[in-house]
Design a protein. Structure first.
Length: 298
């Protein structure tokens, strides 16, 4: 028997963009731009890397990252431009807590999740940063290693996001930085379906679960849908049924996603130290370079 909370939303496939390219993605106020990796221009002496407090990191990421959201974080590092004599914040890397510890333990089974292994969940560079400013990531890894972190997992999502009106709000992560910095490519994450809101942002399954189970954060999650036009839940209503109706009311779409590309970094002072860290997933080679076949029209 089908539950009334399982009413399907409109479903279609998403095309994917080429994963590896010489172009480096930049952001400002949610809008992307590009710098070519060969342009150069990054002078290490003109930039400084330092820890950043939660408030500043959250404001920077919500202002400039396409998702306009800030994840659970345990470590935050900032890139400052200092050549003018003043420290100007121009990049933020956020490392923290994935939805499940398996995100870390599956590729890095020897390391304690959240302590010795972390997720790189946001990496945002402003459009003013030069084409090879990705060396900021290597300096972040140096800082993480000093604090006891030995492994980093990150994902590159090659699927573009469009609003209901057709505007491109996220062109897809090309992932040049991961290939260029010799990350281990560990294949795709699990294919899944995602719910896309009219503004092109993803309404994550973990967020939906908070509403269904009335967990901490459920009021904030429901407010996202109410702000888009969903009716307020009536006292005593079934949260799962309300969620189904709210998603339909705001015009959410259900989309098939083939799985993000997974990359793993093993951190150490020497090559030997890095190699000593066991990988729980097979190394895939070469790095992904071609887009998936375009889905057939319905």
């Amino acid at each position: 028997m089908t539950s009334p909370a399982q009413h399907p939303l409109p479903l279609r496939d998403l095309p994917e963009i080429v994963h590896v390219s010489p172009w480096c993605q930049r952001w400002r106020e949610g809008t992307h731009s590009w710098r070519h990796a060969h342009d150069g221009g990054f002078t290490a002496d003109h930039f400084d890397v330092a820890p950043l407090d939660e408030t500043q990191a959250a404001h920077f990421v919500r202002t400039h990252h396409y998702s306009a959201s800030y994840p659970a974080a345990t470590r935050r590092l900032a890139l400052y431009e200092t050549s003018s004599g003043a420290r100007r914040l121009c990049g933020v890397a956020v490392f923290g807590v994935p939805a499940s510890p398996a995100v870390l333990t599956k590729p890095l089974p020897q390391l304690r999740p959240y302590h010795e292994s972390v997720l790189c969940s946001r990496f945002v560079l402003l459009d003013e940063c030069p084409g090879n400013a990705e060396s900021f990531l290597a300096r972040c890894f140096d800082a993480l290693l000093q604090s006891g972190v030995r492994g980093v997992v990150t994902f590159a999502d090659p699927v573009p996001r469009r609003s209901a009106a057709g505007a491109l709000v996220m062109p897809g992560h090309v992932g040049t930085i991961y290939a260029a910095t010799n990350a281990v490519y560990a294949g795709r994450a699990t294919a899944r379906t995602v719910k896309l809101l009219p503004d092109g942002t993803v309404f994550h399954e973990r967020t939906a679960q908070k509403i269904r189970r009335q967990e901490q954060g459920c009021a904030y999650a429901a407010a996202q849908l109410i702000a888009l036009g969903a009716p307020r839940p009536r006292p005593g209503c079934d949260p799962a049924v309300w969620l189904r109706d709210a998603l339909a009311a705001v015009g959410a779409r259900t989309l098939r996603h083939r799985g993000a590309h997974r990359f793993v970094y093993r951190l150490g002072r020497t090559r030997r130290e890095r190699k000593e860290i066991e990988l729980g997933l097979p190394v895939r080679w070469p790095y992904p370079k071609r887009r998936d076949a375009e889905p057939s029209p319905p």
